[in-house]
Design a protein around this ligand. Structure first.
Ligand code: MN
Ligand code: ZN
Length: 484
């Protein structure tokens, strides 16, 4: 999709569609008011009749509105103005882009970017809009012979900014948004590719391609070099596979050599069968995603290089398959890691820590200021946190805080747990949580959500709570909240 920035009045836009917001209840935003004035109250009449309350997630498409120059006007519900924050802004953009993609409009001018978001600049709003628009229209249909093409997809999106003096920073933010969206798309595509295509050699090829495009130092360590370095923990994981393992290193220099270096390590298990400690067959296809750490750091590097950020960044990807086979590592085998410490491998499915320990030891040679490891490390994380949150472990509180700030989902954690458990549906959710027990995943998040709810309503319905706790094997002292 093409993007551009414009500062101008909505009623003067010659566009296939102009997008403006409506707050709940029935409150037009400034751009909507300007359109309404030009249209002689056409829009406010419609809103007054109750066709657009302004609830978030709702839209209303109007055609040939008098007094305006565009073919269509799309009204987007924004929810209550006092609750309008980052999440609501992002949701409104996503709704708008998805709706636009289904109308006949090839191009649109969106004025939602003019909405004030607390503590966020116009640059943030523009950047976020580009990232969300690209994300909302991302498709992975590489292997479909018959692509389900959108009839008339949105091709061009113009982002409105209120003042002319905001144009320069908005243009810069647009370029950043495109770079980030491109990195996100790369990570998604690498994740989506099946393991027979996206194997360690393929990941290495992607790294070489990035190095070529952005003039980066690239180093791919082959098995023989890893043996010389003593990376027997990593190699132990690769032993059952016919795919040769690779240790991928990419160096981006955006600052002086004396400047501190950030190292990102990404787990690249391109398929994890569990090895001799074989995983159950159900959902094993999803183990192609066990390289999403690698995909994330490759995508990050691409975005950083595209933006030419003034930092020094190294990414390290230990890439391998984890397969069973005659030469595979057995439970009980003892290997020496690159650090010299010996490891008794009890379960070959706990392979992430084996490849990452050698990669982290290797990272030492770059004398990094900061090391961030991104990995699908353990199913226990999903058991503990469910599917709404990402686990973050750190031995540096300052860094942890920065990472938390960077992730705009993580601070919404509590709200999302609760959102999945509405008081009215209590009975159903108890059942659901019990059923999920059989599948052993995600029940903990349900438990946390339900438990929070139960704690809130403990005195109101203690019997129901006891039944739930019994069914779900939860030992809880009813009188003591601290134990949850
Ligand atoms: Mn595993
Ligand atoms: Zn794994």
């Amino acid at each position: 999709m093409e993007f551009s920035i414009k500062s101008g009045s909505p009623e003067k836009q010659r566009s296939a569609c102009v997008v403006v917001g409506v707050f709940e209840p029935r409150k037009l935003t400034l751009p909507a008011e300007l359109l309404d004035k030009a249209a002689n109250n056409y829009i406010s009449d419609i809103v007054r009749r109750g066709d657009m309350e302004g609830k978030s997630g709702t839209t209303l498409l109007l055609h040939n509105v008098p007094g305006t120059l565009s073919d269509r006007i799309l009204l987007v519900g924004l929810g209550k103005e006092k609750d309008f924050r980052e999440k609501e802004f992002s949701g409104a953009i996503r709704t708008a882009v998805k709706t636009l993609n289904e109308t006949g409009a090839f191009d649109a001018t969106i004025f939602l970017t003019e909405l004030a978001v607390r503590k966020r600049s116009v640059a943030w709003r523009v950047r976020q809009t580009v990232i969300i628009a690209q994300d909302a229209t991302y498709k992975f249909d590489l292997f479909k012979s018959k692509k389900d093409d959108v009839r008339r997809p949105l091709r061009k999106l113009t982002l409105g900014v209120e003042r002319r003096n905001e144009l320069a920073q908005a243009e810069e933010a647009l370029a950043q948004g495109l770079a980030i969206a491109e990195g996100v798309a790369l990570a998604k595509t690498l994740g989506n590719l099946p393991a027979n295509i996206c194997h360690p050699t393929y990941l290495a090829e992607q790294a070489v391609a990035l190095a070529g495009e952005f003039k980066l130092d690239c180093e791919i360590l082959e098995q023989a070099e890893m043996e010389k370095l003593g990376m027997h923990a990593l190699l132990a994981v690769a032993k059952g596979s016919h795919q040769p393992p690779k240790l991928i290193v990419l160096n981006y220099k955006g600052a002086r050599a004396s400047e501190k270096r950030i190292v990102l390590v990404g787990k690249g298990v391109t398929f994890d069968t569990g090895g001799i400690s074989l995983k159950p067959a159900a959902d094993m296809d999803e183990m192609k995603y066990d390289m999403c750490g690698a995909a994330s750091v490759l995508g990050t590097l691409q975005a950083v290089a595209r933006m030419a950020l003034p930092i020094n960044l190294t990414i390290i990807v230990p890439a391998t398959e984890n397969m069973p086979g005659g030469s595979a590592t057995r439970p009980g085998d003892i290997v020496a890691s690159m650090s010299g410490q010996t490891i008794e491998i009890l379960n070959t499915d706990a392979e992430g820590r084996l490849i990452l320990c050698d990669a982290l030891t290797y990272a030492e040679r770059f004398e990094p200021d900061t090391v961030i490891d991104v990995a699908t490390l353990t199913g226990a994380c999903v058991v503990a946190l469910g599917e709404v949150a990402t686990g973050l472990f750190s031995n540096r509180d300052g860094l942890a805080r920065e990472l938390l700030d960077a992730g705009d989902r993580i601070d919404k954690l509590r709200a999302e747990y609760r959102a999945g458990v509405s008081p009215k549906r209590t009975a159903e959710i108890v059942q659901e949580a019990t059923r999920l027990n059989a599948r052993t995943q995600a029940q903990v998040v349900s438990k946390i959500g339900v438990l929070q709810l139960y704690l809130d309503e403990l005195h109101a319905d203690a019997d129901k709570y006891k039944t739930f706790a019994r069914q779900n094997d939860i030992a809880l002292d009813l009188g003591n909240e601290a134990e949850v």
